[in-house]
Design a protein around this ligand. Structure first.
Ligand code: SF4
Length: 76
């Protein structure tokens, strides 16, 4: 009898992926985090005061977003 894999979790080889802490994010339309990301991983839902998210597929873990966020709303 063959054993079936039951691992439904999405696996990733990346060691670091940035995450937005929603409660700290002010959703500013001038968000510096979105401007500094070299891969365009920081995405906004709509232009004004839209929710800001980080695309796991695009993030390379460089940490630039963590350095520039004025509210410390980004972490690994
Ligand atoms: S860690 Fe780097 S690549 Fe990932 S979201 Fe932040 S700035 Fe973009």
């Amino acid at each position: 009898m063959k054993k079936q894999k039951r691992n439904n979790k999405k696996s990733s080889s990346k060691s670091k992926i940035a995450k937005i802490i929603e409660l700290k994010c002010d959703k500013s339309p001038f968000c510096p985090v979105k401007r500094v990301c070299p891969t365009g991983a920081v995405e906004r839902a709509g232009f004004f005061m839209g929710k800001i998210t980080i695309n796991d597929e695009k993030c390379i873990g460089c940490g630039k977003c963590i350095q520039v966020c004025p509210h410390n709303a980004v972490s690994f």
